[in-house]
Design a protein around this ligand. Structure first.
Ligand SMILES: Nc1ncnc2c1ncn2[C@@H]1O[C@H](COP(=O)(O)OP(=O)(O)OP(=O)(O)O)[C@@H](O)[C@H]1O
Ligand SMILES: Nc1nc2c(ncn2[C@@H]2O[C@H](COP(=O)(O)O)[C@@H](O)[C@H]2O)c(=O)[nH]1
Length: 403
């Protein structure tokens, strides 16, 4: 058990404990990890639009503006920071709603290391802390025309409160009935390539001559809504996902024959003859990879649609009675104000502050249990347990209940 120092907004007024002689504006924290100090400006003046990170490398005496990945927190009037280990810093925003209070800056996680290697620059990555967890996403893959979209639509129609679709980005033109933001985010190649470079995509692939990709946000918004995410992606995308940090169930849908696949693509009538030919040529290699690459946890044959749908539900555990209620977590307690202090006991963080009510001068506490954290940058960090700690009077002593 030990207590780590938190850098409080008001403690920083005299300057940073970083040896660089920088003066704080009162909205910054400085957190030392190894031989680096991470100075984070939460932006309490109106001039900045989001948190800003600077890194001071004590070994070289240099100041670095790192490449910042993930979702960057919006500014707030005050925040605190505490190093959790050698790769994460926890940030607590004062006077913010619970869903926006807790943020993680990754400075040396495998994701950050990989991005540092590939970019050759200092990289840090933000992720928002979220209460509760969600079930593993479901990746559905298979050749064009096999029936992935049809099966996914059936699942979403029967279980609208359980599943949400990951809306991909694509550079292909919309089909007649397709709506931007619903079926795909239809986008320009340049814009998509820029976003890919900035680390906004979990995977992307060139499929049948167009660029397709799953953004981090596409998967996270589904999970934020408390739903299980379903992805419809090609085999290359599934391979990238398998190698990524996304812990998912991988399902490959196989056609009964190439002749049937061709018939379905013609019957759908959404592609030209030339495009159908290209899709059929690609299908051969995809089927070989789908059946033999070891990427997929399950292979389903879509001969009879109803039978295939039944098998899909069975493997997802949906063939019996289903509890379709989603669990909501109430925001039933006060959040920390701008001035608060933070300490740590093992995997628990204790946030202490004074009650804002003038009549009530008592000390308040919030506990944060980090034991079950999952995910992280470039998506969300899920599994935060946040709870009020009740102070109970025991004669002249106050006892704090930690659970
Ligand atoms: N088991 C089946 N038997 C006959 N037709 C089917 C079956 N499953 C799907 N279809 C039909 O095949 C066509 C292609 O299906 P769908 O659009 O779902 O394929 P897809 O795998 O999503 O294709 P793409 O990857 O190109 O988006 C549709 O017209 C659909 O109604
Ligand atoms: N790697 C990815 N593949 C994707 C994604 N979204 C869709 N797809 C695949 O593209 C083909 C063609 O789709 P269509 O809508 O043009 O018929 C199909 O196999 C989809 O599975 C994605 O985000 N990443």
């Amino acid at each position: 058990m030990g207590e780590a120092a938190a850098f409080l907004v008001h403690d920083l007024k005299e300057g940073f404990p970083n040896g660089f002689g920088l003066k704080s504006k009162g909205c910054e924290t400085a957190t030392v990890i190894g031989n680096k100090t991470y100075v984070v400006d939460g932006g309490c003046d109106d001039s900045i639009l989001s948190f800003r990170v600077q890194v001071f490398d004590h070994s070289t005496g240099t100041r670095i503006d790192p490449v910042v990945l993930g979702t960057i927190p919006e500014p707030c009037k005050g925040h605190s920071a505490i190093a959790l280990n050698e790769d994460h810093i926890l940030f607590i925003k004062g006077e913010s709603p619970l869903h926006d209070s807790f943020w993680f800056l990754e400075v040396n996680t495998p994701y950050v290391q990989e991005r540092t290697r590939s970019s050759g620059c200092e990289v840090v990555a933000w992720s928002k802390g979220v209460r509760g967890t969600v079930e593993k996403p479901i990746v559905v893959s298979g050749p064009s025309g096999v029936g992935k979209g049809t099966l996914i639509s059936m699942l979403m129609k029967e279980f609208p409160s359980l599943f949400g679709f990951s809306v991909s980005h694509t550079t292909r033109a919309p089909r007649n009935m397709e709506k931007d933001g619903l079926h795909y985010h239809f986008t320009e190649r340049n814009a998509m390539e820029k976003d890919i470079k900035e680390g906004k995509f979990l995977e992307f692939a060139s499929v049948h001559g167009n660029l397709y990709g799953t953004s981090v946000e596409a998967v996270e918004v589904v999970a934020d809504a408390g739903k299980r995410c379903i992805l419809d992606i090609d085999v290359q995308g599934a391979r990238s996902m398998k190698a990524s940090s996304l812990d998912a169930i991988f399902i490959f849908i196989c056609p009964p024959s190439m002749a049937e696949l061709e018939k379905r693509l013609h019957a759908r009538g959404t592609e030209t003859e030339e495009q159908i030919l290209k899709r059929l040529q690609n299908a051969k290699a995809e089927i070989v990879q789908g059946e033999s690459s070891g990427i997929f946890d399950h292979i389903l044959y879509n001969d009879n649609l109803e039978e295939c749908y039944k098998s899909l539900k069975k493997l997802l555990g949906l063939d019996g009675s289903v509890n379709t209620c989603t669990k909501s977590i109430p925001e039933d307690f006060d959040l920390p104000p701008i001035v608060h202090s933070v300490s740590r006991i093992d995997n628990k963080i204790i946030i202490t502050y004074r009650a804002s009510d003038l009549k009530d001068e008592s000390q308040k506490m919030i506990g944060l249990d980090l034991t079950s954290l999952k995910g992280g940058a470039p998506g969300r960090t899920r599994g935060l347990d946040v709870y009020p700690i009740n102070s109970v009077s025991n004669g002249s002593n106050m006892i704090n209940q930690l659970s």
